[in-house]
Design a protein. Structure first.
Lengths: 437, 233
């Protein structure tokens, strides 16, 4: 009977093109508005490290001003000082650990017509690639030695390799960074997590870096941070070494702890480290540190803000208004067809049959509304992209989950809209219409 | 075939209760052609709706083929209606945007027949009512008499044993009314039991038996023709 009901639905829709068009438009506008907002929220609230969420931790230490807590959701600095980061790196408890920050190099090639360009660079310890499961296309990682000593090696992102070497295997080739020769030792496959959970300090929806260089290069190139550097106390002296020793937080720190024992040991290690520092006159605030899973880290950094959530609810409320409108239109349409339903009842249709027939018609309208709603959502996302001038390019697209969700939302909306009118017409007394038709 | 015992039907509003049928009792035998007459508002259509399982009585007992229908749910009543009962209405009640073929197809769809079986039955009944060449026409393209013949064809397609006609000639001129009546008599001769509500005394007299309903009760029962002929037909 489904095919029969479907053919009746399509015939009915064709028979009332304006009314059906209005209902499709009502659902399409509601779905379009809701999906534009929900898509942005969905992509903002994704956790690209969900697979390793239970074993990864962002590390925070309270090395801040004894007179005033750090301004964050848990009153802890979101990054570490260089001193603390290099000290923590000496621990052998974590399976992997990463100290890192963002920086920038000017890039050029010898004997190339390519114009020099500035590339976002991640200065990091070698565990970055294993801790975040970053895939390599060619070559591999630098050695542990490069985390402490200046080794001029570089890993290129796929996009940078495409740009510099047309995508060829460039391992072993030389790239000039700030005029200094660096040897390419690895090329990544495409890797661009959204949000950029590994570094939420520098735009959670920015692209991942184009170059990756060893952490041991700091003193050689006097590398500062291209990102947030917050401090409450300068160190004695001046110059780059003074910057490294200052109470400035600018290093992001992650650890991988695979077992409960590791977690407990690492907590003990951090507690011991802070006590030791207190003895040296640092860490004058109450002993406090935090280990946050990526999912917690995203919340702590308010990647999905409250106003985004409110906007999401508002868009669903707008969809509800559209559904209510569709209910009124469907009710008018179905009740106009009540005499036909009466005839069908007399000829053997049960109430359930009449209900199902009209519900399928509602679903057809919903699917049409949903498909047009997806197009409207795509237009909406393009508009958001244009308004944001490139800042949300990674967010303003619909993945397959959202396309399925849009169609599902449209069908649910239309079934909700159609359920009451279909129920009403299935409950009408057929004898009234049989006599008066 | 049909047996009603002390059937009551009342309609209640906030302030008033109307009794459409009161202690209504009637038996119709297999193969009979019964006409039902009575003044407007006497309960004829209510009787027809209850007989056709479109409405449920407030009280009393209704047996159809010795089965008590009072306890049946909507699904079972719909199935019985589809399998055993055919309807013919004064206003024809064809679905305007379906052609004749698809109109006749409606009850067969609910019966669950396969496409080939449905086609065979539709072509047969269209042929019986003389409209085989008009299968793809819409109802609006036919005269009133032709539309009523289509309605009869639709009622016959499921081969019901019981045909309920509510003033089937009420919207037709005398010539077409006579043709429709002859068609009903022909159908009855082939064994289908017919109960026909009518205001026309001439048509009522052509049935085997006429009953009069007044104030929701059967007031008179008399044979319109020879009962034994009718039952034996």
């Amino acid at each position: 009977m489904f095919g029969y009901y479907l053919s009746l639905a399509l015939r009915s829709i064709r028979g009332t093109p304006i009314l059906s068009g209005l209902m499709v438009a009502a659902i399409a506008v509601g779905v379009g508005a809701a999906m534009t907002t929900l898509t942005l929220n969905h992509l903002m609230s994704q956790n690209p490290l969900a697979d390793k969420d239970s074993v990864l931790y962002a590390v925070q230490l309270d090395s801040w001003d004894p007179n005033e807590a750090y301004d964050s959701n848990n009153d802890l600095p979101l990054q570490l000082t260089y001193r603390d980061a290099t000290a923590l790196l000496r621990s052998d408890i974590p399976s992997h650990q990463v100290a890192m920050h963002r920086w920038g190099f000017t890039v050029n090639l010898d004997n190339s017509e390519l114009r020099p360009f500035t590339a976002n660079t991640r200065v990091t310890t070698r565990d970055f690639f294993s801790l975040f499961d970053v895939p390599f296309q060619y070559g591999g990682n630098w050695s542990a030695d490069a985390d402490e000593n200046p080794v001029q090696q570089v890993v290129l992102s796929k996009e940078t390799n495409d740009k510099l070497f047309d995508g060829a295997n460039s391992v072993g080739k030389t790239v000039n960074l700030n005029g200094e020769p660096f040897t390419v030792i690895g090329v990544l496959a495409h890797w661009n997590p959204v949000p950029k959970v590994q570094d939420l300090n520098n735009g959670p929806f920015n692209d991942s870096e184009e170059l990756y260089v060893p952490f041991g290069l700091h003193r050689r190139f006097e590398i500062y941070s291209w990102g947030n550097t917050n401090g409450w106390k300068n160190s004695d002296g001046s110059g780059y070494e003074s910057f490294l020793q200052a109470e400035h937080v600018w290093i992001q720190y992650w650890v991988q702890l695979d077992t409960r024992e590791q977690v407990q040991q690492y907590r003990d290690f951090l507690t011991g480290y802070i006590r030791q520092q207190k003895e040296q006159g640092r860490f004058q605030r109450p002993l406090k540190f935090a280990l946050s899973h990526p999912s917690e880290w995203l919340v702590l950094n308010e990647v999905l803000r409250d106003d985004n959530r409110v906007l999401g609810w508002l868009s669903l409320a707008f969809l509800l208004v559209c559904v209510v409108n569709a209910v009124a239109l469907l009710l008018a349409k179905f009740l106009r067809k009540a005499p036909e339903a009466g005839v069908r009842r007399a000829l053997g249709a049960s109430r359930n049959a009449i209900f199902t027939q009209h519900l399928i018609e509602s679903a057809c309208i919903g699917i049409a509304g949903g498909l047009i709603g997806i197009l409207l959502a795509l237009v909406g996302l393009q508009s958001v992209k244009r308004l944001a001038m490139g800042y949300v390019d990674q967010l303003a697209y619909m993945d397959w989950q959202m396309v399925v969700a849009a169609i599902g939302l449209a069908i649910v909306a239309s079934l909700l809209a159609g359920a009451y009118p279909a129920w009403r017409i299935s409950r009408t007394n057929p004898s009234i219409y049989l006599k008066t038709q | 075939m049909l047996k009603m015992q002390n059937i009551r039907k009342s309609y209640r509003t906030d302030t008033i209760e109307t009794h459409a049928l009161r202690d209504f009792s009637l038996e119709v035998a297999e193969g009979e052609f019964v006409s039902v007459t009575g003044p407007s508002g006497s309960g004829k259509t209510t009787f027809l709706n209850i007989a056709g399982l479109l409405e449920t009585p407030t009280g009393g007992q209704y047996l159809l083929d010795d089965d008590d229908i009072s306890g049946l749910n909507d699904r079972d009543r719909s199935r019985l209606r589809n399998e055993k009962i055919g309807f013919i209405f004064q206003g024809f009640n064809l679905i305007p945007d379906l052609n004749l073929f698809d109109n006749i197809d409606v009850p067969l769809r609910y019966r669950g027949f396969k496409a080939a079986e449905r086609r065979k039955r539709i072509e047969k009944v269209l042929d019986q009512v003389g409209l085989a060449a008009r299968a793809k026409h819409l109802p609006a393209q036919l005269s009133g008499g032709q539309q009523q013949r289509v309605a009869i064809a639709r009622a016959l397609a499921g081969e019901p044993r019981f045909l309920l006609a509510d003033e089937p000639t009420g919207n037709l001129d005398s010539l077409m009314a006579r043709q429709v009546m002859e068609l009903l008599e022909f159908i009855n001769e082939w064994g289908t039991t017919i109960v026909m509500v009518t205001h026309d005394p001439d048509l009522a007299r052509r049935a085997h038996r006429n009953i009069q309903i007044v104030d929701g009760q059967v007031s008179d029962l008399h044979a319109a023709t020879q009962p034994e002929e009718a039952v034996g037909a």
